[in-house]
Ligand binder design. Structure first.
Ligand SMILES: [Zn+2]
Length: 304
């Protein structure tokens, strides 16, 4: 039968199978260009299930990578996990939600208290209910949302017919790290507990405890893990990438620990550290030295 097809069909078939191949074998990177995307593709909304979406917009700075939020639409309103880094960027998120549903935003979960996820919170509508970990409220000080509900362990709630669990898996990237789990759909938004192909950023981290939080996340019954930075993956790829991230944090801790044990002073250790394959990850240049200092701090018992 193939021989009877007009010649024009051949390139169409090739194009179709090529795009299918690209869709399945995504480039494992946080870099939009290496991923095969254009800067003009962002911000963008990615539908991950019937009613759950991610919103990806670029982080500030020259090195392009995404800050990734999740929103879940129910018949009684929307739950949003994390915002963007400026009022204009978070307005982009709010507008993107309005394109999907006319339902109001009811909850905003502050999963990471860092400015790149919270500095745009003024653009969320007045009257939304904020959920936040006590450590994050303290860290945010006067910028912490007023009348927020504190979540120090696990908080279950239902919105419309969608059950949610806001979970604290231990101190990781900020100390007040929260995740949002959708038990019905087995989706787990991990915010900055999971940086997809972005070098482990440790300025405010608890290195060894972060490994514990990642282990807990991997033990949860999830078929899709969503990162706070880096791209939204399909389920099986997201599991592999969470594992890859866990391995990266282990490797960074191991390299700094090796230098510490050898008695190398921290400034020298920063120069000598060899992070191998992770030097190709986004932000490795700026975050490598910070990670070495933080691991030294923990090994020296200075991290409380
Ligand atoms: Zn961040």
């Amino acid at each position: 039968m193939a021989r009877l097809r007009p010649p024009i069909a051949a390139p169409v078939l090739v194009a179709a199978s090529t795009s299918l191949l690209v869709a399945q074998a995504v480039v494992r990177t946080a870099d939009p260009i290496k991923r095969g995307l254009k800067e003009s593709d962002f911000p963008r909304t990615v539908k991950v299930s019937d009613n759950a979406y991610t919103y990806e917009d670029f982080h500030a700075g020259d090195e392009k990578f995404t800050t990734t939020n999740m929103f879940v639409v129910t018949e009684e309103g929307v739950l949003v996990a994390d915002g963007q880094g400026s009022p204009a960027a978070t307005k982009g998120l709010v507008d993107a939600i309005a394109k999907v549903t006319s339902a109001p935003i009811k909850y905003v979960v502050v999963c990471s208290d860092h400015g790149d996820h919270t500095a745009g919170n003024a653009s969320f509508p007045a009257g939304v209910r904020y959920l936040i970990h006590p450590t994050s409220t303290a860290a945010m000080g006067r910028n912490s949302p007023a009348d927020a509900e504190l979540v120090s362990d696990t908080k279950s709630l239902t919105l419309g017919s969608e059950p949610f669990q806001v979970v604290f898996l231990g101190r990781a990237h900020t100390g007040g790290d929260l995740g949002v789990y959708l038990p019905r759909q087995k989706i787990l938004f991990l915010s900055e507990i999971f940086l997809n192909r972005v070098f482990p950023a440790m300025r405010s981290a608890y290195p060894s405890e972060w490994l514990g939080a990642l282990s807990k996340a991997e033990r949860m019954d999830a078929s899709l893990y969503i990162p706070g930075h880096g791209f939204t993956e399909t389920g099986p790829v997201s599991k592999e990438e969470l594992r890859a991230y866990h391995t990266a944090v282990e490797a960074v801790i191991a390299e700094a620990t090796r230098l510490h044990k050898a008695g190398v002073p921290v400034d020298q250790a920063i120069k000598e550290a060899n992070f191998g394959e992770y030097t190709s990850w986004t932000l490795s240049k700026s975050q490598g030295p910070i990670a070495v200092r933080k691991v030294y701090e923990e090994l020296d018992g200075k991290l409380k």
